[in-house]
Design a protein around this ligand. Sequence first.
Ligand code: ADP
Length: 280
Amino acid sequence: MKAIETINLSHTYPDGTKAIGNINFNVEKGKNIAILGPNGAGKSTLLHHFNGLLMPTSGKVNVLGQEVTKQNLDEIRQKVGLVFQDPDDQLFARSVALDIAFGPTNLKLSKAEIAQRVNWAIEVTDLKGLENKSPSNLSGGQKRRASIAGVLAMKPEIIILDEPMSNLDPKTSSKVLKLLMQLNKELGLTLIIATHDVDLVPLFADEICILNKGQILMQGPPQEIFSQAELLRSVDLRLPRITHLFEILNKEDSLRGDKQYPLTIGEARREILEMLENKK
Ligand code: ADP
């Protein structure tokens, strides 16, 4: 089943900027997909169509087989949660708990159900002890987790995240990434993550969609995408650093055969250990 499908989706902003054109994108339910592209490629514009925050100027968007229209936005937004790029655009209540409760309260759920969802979201995102704090006094990583918690409390099937690891220090970034992988693997949520961080993508993505100048350049599994180094460079992207090192070892030092390049440090480590083993 397709979680999200767009058919010839285009969006032109009122000032005439053609941000995306004729996008045919789709993601299967339960997958973890990265939308990768340079600044201004149209990533946010595309994401904002997935829960009807923006409506197509032409073409259409289907969510779990249902077309997004102005009439069914409430229903769509229960299925698709959007985590904004800047948590300050999302968090506005007096306390973390009230912020997380905002969505479920709007759904007019019972008090007991709201409390249960808030506690669950706090638990999953590791925010225990911060329930009564004002969101404005949280650290960058805590804010990010609080904005994810608010979306989780709506019990969506799909979560869209716009640059969720940006402006976080490496440790916090790893913690958020771990949380996202857990939501995908353990809860089966479909995740669509926009990013320009090439090094992080192979750590989580089942599939990558490369966006450039409002068009899809390619979509496929990480190995397939990162075997196209020149095409990536032509749109101001690059290989993951560890992959680049192996490309150099291959091309300039003729040190390895034409095997697929490792994309992560884990894969590189295994290859190096194998090389050493073979030299013994
Ligand atoms: P990305 O998320 O990949 O950085 P965006 O979707 O934000 O790209 O932007 C795509 C294009 O649309 C850019 O040229 C940007 O300047 C333009 N754009 C984004 N938002 C608006 C807006 N509200 N009004 C007019 N143009 C916009």
